[in-house]
Design a protein around this ligand. Structure first.
Ligand SMILES: [Zn+2]
Length: 301
């Protein structure tokens, strides 16, 4: 799993910083998470093959999280896209995007499928044989979801040393990979568990932006490998959190600690701060394995 931060600042685009957008590469999928203004340019700068994006997840309908989406939808049309594009986001997103397409008489020539969300409970919104995606209901000024991306347990892996040791014929490999026993050269039946290795541990990623401190997300994100949690403010501006429904770096660290995540990544910084290091310094005493999101930064999960 690989996460590329395309933008990780709040509010307005600036010459060197971008509003929220991330690209998650997970088991052959390219999932776009939020799509602030400038996302297309960032995708090109990072040399990501963005025509492979088939699923876009939008947390909420504030401009710094989705104003890049109409442009991306339009670019896909100009590039001659034919494959489906699925957009998951709050109720209203279909009306917002289709109104722009209608006024410009620029309907897509590819299927554009909206999956509108309005549940206040966590729900499964995407699933195939390798991956699942669930919502993480957040507490913001408008209806907002984070998203939990989880790999499924892969099949057991053929143990090349074991099959060689027992002299098992190649024609049996497919059956063994599917869980069957194998037949040794001697005719003896060999247990599948003696011919295969445990698959890699499935990885998980939780995206939580934007939200006020919300302790009840902890059970949903328990033990994830990577948690991105917004930290718009430092404690010196904590008084702004209640009004704007955002979090501080220390609040994000408390959530990470309670959820026992492996790593915390901070982002969605207010543009008022000159140094991002202050966010890390505030979070680290509470949760030590913390890193700062930066536009263009890649996290291997
Ligand atoms: Zn917002």
């Amino acid at each position: 799993m690989r996460l590329t931060i395309l933008g990780c600042y709040s509010a307005t685009p600036r010459s060197l910083t971008n509003p929220t957008s991330q690209l998650l590469e997970i088991r052959n999928h390219m999932f776009l998470i939020d799509c602030g203004e400038g996302t297309q340019v960032q995708l090109r700068k990072q040399k990501l093959k963005f025509s492979r994006i088939k699923h876009v997840f939008i947390s909420h309908l504030h401009g710094d999280h989705f104003f890049g989406l109409p442009g991306l939808v339009s670019t896909f049309r100009l590039l001659g896209r034919e494959s489906e594009l699925h957009i998951y986001g709050p109720k209203g997103i279909k009306e917002a995007i289709t109104l722009l397409l209608k006024l410009g008489d620029s309907w897509t020539n590819y299927p554009l499928l909206f999956h509108e969300l309005n549940s206040k409970e966590s729900e499964l919104i995407f699933e195939d044989d390798k991956v699942s995606v669930r919502t993480i209901p957040l507490n913001h000024r408008v209806y907002t979801n984070g998203f939990l991306f989880e790999e499924k347990l892969a099949p057991r892996v053929l143990d090349v040393e074991a099959v060689a040791k027992y002299g098992i014929d190649k024609s049996e490999f497919r059956n063994i990979k599917n869980g069957k026993a194998g037949t040794a050269k001697s005719g003896e039946s060999i247990l599948n568990s003696d011919l295969t290795l445990d698959p890699p541990k499935p990885k998980s990623y939780a995206f939580c932006s934007d939200t006020a401190y919300k302790e009840d997300i902890v059970p949903l994100i328990k033990n994830v490998d990577l948690l991105y949690h917004e930290s718009t403010f430092l404690e010196t501006e904590e008084h702004l959190c209640a009004k704007t429904k955002h979090s501080t770096a220390s609040a994000a660290a408390r959530i990470a600690k309670m959820a026992r995540v492996d790593k915390l990544v901070l982002g969605h910084y207010s543009t008022r701060y000159k140094s991002l290091e202050l966010f890390k310094e505030e979070a680290q005493p509470i949760f030590s394995n913390v890193e700062l999101a930066e536009d263009g930064k890649v996290f291997e999960i």
